[in-house]
Write a protein that binds this ligand. Sequence first.
Ligand code: F3S
Length: 392
Amino acid sequence: MHLTQEEESILEGDSGPTLKKAMEILTTLGDIYGADSLIPVKSAQIAGVSYKTIGDAGLEWISDLEGTVVVPSILNPAGMDLERWQEMGVDAEFASKQASIIEAYRRLGVRCECTCTPYHIDKELAAFGDHLAWSESSAISYANSVIGARTNREGGPSALSAALIGKTANYGYHLDENRIPTIGFEVDCKLTGADFGALGCLAGAEAGSGVPMFRLRSKPSDTELKALGAAMAASGAVALYHVEGVTPESGHQEFPDETIIIERRQIDDVFDEGCGKECGNEPDLVALGCPHYSASELEEAARLLEDHTPAKEVWICTSRRVRDANPGLVRRIEDSGAKVFVDTCMVVSPATDRFGCVLTDSGKAFKYVPNLCGVRARIAHINECLAGEDSD
Ligand code: F3S
């Protein structure tokens, strides 16, 4: 890989041990994946924030780093609402370790807004054609597919390295040739809401790490695209997809010859799959906001919670910025007894582990909660998730 003189000098250690380490990480990845050079990035989104996932080793690694990020950099969700952790049921020892992790990132100049939907809080972080170093899988999928920016599936350390150097290695989804669809999905029914998460569960498992292209019966909203991409990143390793006539790069792409037809029956089956309706486990937590809810999703939840108390404990996860910008919606939701938590989510928080079965409207949470929390999960449409005591 070609390095400039300045990059060589950082690699030699002339700018200190932290930047040397960061440059080693970037150039090692570049060499492995055949990059020709480093390219500037517009922003970084850094995973590896929850103490549940990185533990003491991760805390120690971040605490030892010195320096300041040189591009706008934002964090992935932490293991708790940084203020309301006790209400979530997080213990004090975890909370103290989590606070130390956040503080270590803050010292590096990272914006300690912990969210997997940075695109909902700051449009400057990613625009069409921008190169990024993002590391949360649903955020990567949204950035590549819906925004038309370019990012690989960075790990936490490589995203942080990119943030410190301001560059990433030029390979993978940064290159046109890796953005061509490899598998087509023709959906022969109309979809709405959580159907897109269910479709993502099916398509991600088929596509693996390929690039799917969809032909849909109706135009999906950005919220539905967010749900589709998140689920495909969880059931497979999809980082980029196209929707014919909808996503920004789809006009330049041919629909693949290898095409799978998806029928209504298959979508419906996902809602009954795994720990489905027949399993007999009554969900004891409703967890929404995976990926973090936007203002319009909070609005929908507030409308559905009008005039009744939900039958179960309800958590709605969003970013601190979206919550603070919508106090009226938050009040309407919380007046029902539901909670709006920020900075965290049902997957990366240890607080989920005490429940027996989680009901969610998210294909991603449906796949991840059993694997990462050891808790059963069911997927349902939002109106079923937020139904009251006397509803079916
Ligand atoms: Fe975001 Fe957590 Fe889901 S990080 S995509 S809410 S698993």
